[in-house]
Each structure stands twice: as structure tokens, then as C-alpha cells.
Design a protein around this ligand. Sequence first.
Ligand code: FE2
Ligand code: FE2
Length: 252
Amino acid sequence: MNTAKWIEYFNRNRQNRPEPDWSAPVTVPTAMLAPLLCSLEQFRLGDGGGPASLIALNRESFRSRTDEMKQIVDLWFREEAEHARLLGCAVRRFHGRIITSHWSFTAFCLCRRLLGVRFELQVLTLTELVSTAYYRMIRRHSPDGPLAALCELILRDEAGHVAFQRDRLAGDGVPHRGLRGWCWRLQFFVCGLGAATMLWVNHAPGLKAIGGTRGEFYGEATRQILRFIRSLRRKEKPAPIPALWARPQSVT
Ligand SMILES: [Fe+2]
Ligand SMILES: [Fe+2]
């Protein structure tokens, strides 16, 4: 994996980040606000609002492979912490609460901690893919301009994270031929559907309130997961570095 390329990408991605206009009038109808806000409060916790680092007990076996990898992991998680900051601004804009625990987040962290860094990286990759579906739906249906602008910023970052995960997996020699390749893709797809279902169970009321549907969510999540799998199968060449402000769907 070309680590210098990713360090340069993450450093460049910190530039040109127009802050959403949080002082603009709130345009969310009252009936939509409560379920949408509940979803955003939980998402703030899950997207960088908890520990902004790898937390698997054996995390150093990945993080300390090289000094460059350590730097990339830190830069990646710095962007996740930035997502929590942006979501916190949206939560405060709608007069919500900054929550610090939720049963689903506690279970998520426990699995990440106990099941090893390889599993943690897969879970985080899948989370980034299904979160992309979530943010795309919010951006599409958002009745609030600053909230849509927040999604635009986060989607730009997640496109980079997904491309990084693709490069990382390809560099680690993920099986892509024969029965082993088929089994790997199947387990990744099934785990991806599990991650999508966890997200839908917790966030369906918020997504439905703004006009989203289950079919739309699963269609979007499945598309993201399958595109990732296909891009890995094609992967003899390095993942393209996302251009600043490129639409995320063109990246993975
Ligand atoms: Fe994120
Ligand atoms: Fe991410």
C-alpha cells in the first residue's frame, strides 16, 4: 500500500471545508424533528463521538506496522472525531442532547475490543459503507440546508475512508480467487447486511420521518457493499485518491 499517498490525501482533505451555516433558520417541520433528532444524537455518538482510535486489544499489531500506518490511522480517526463535532453542531442546532452512551454503541465497542483488530477493521469498513447509505438518504431528503451540507462534508470523507479500506484490504492480500475468494465475499456481504440491519433498526424512525423508506435504505446499502466487493475484485491497481468535492458515489 502506498502510505505516502494516503498521508498526503488526509492532510489535503483538511483544507476547503466550508462550515455549514448553523445560524440559518431551522426549516424542519415539527413532526419530523423528534425522530430525526433522536437519530442524529445516536449517530453523533457512533460516528466519532466515542473512542477516536482502534480499540481492539491487539490493535498495535496493525497500527504499529510502520510509522506511516500509525500516522494514517491517527489521521483517519481525526476525521471521525470531526464527524462527531459536525453532528454535535446539528444536534445543538435542533436543541438536542449530546449523549455519551447507548446500548447499541456499547455492544459495538465490546465486539470491536474483544474480537481482534482484523475483525474491528472489517466492522469499521462495513460501518462506513452503511453510514454512506444513511448520509446519502439524509442529504437527499433533508428539509434543512445546513444538515444537507453536513452530509456533503461527511460523505466526502467517507468516500476517502472507503477507498483507503479498499487499498488496505488489497494490500493485505484478501482472497479474491476460487472458493476462498467466494467465501470471503459471501461473509463480507452477509456481515454487511447485518450492519445495515443494525443501522435500520436504530434509525428507521428518523429516516422515515424525512420521507425515506426501507427499500431505499437497503437498496443504497446493498449498492455500497457490492460496489466495494467489485472494486476489490478488480483491484490490481491502487484505489484512486478521492478528488476534493468529488461526489462520493464516483469513488468506491
Ligand atoms: Fe465517520
Ligand atoms: Fe469513516
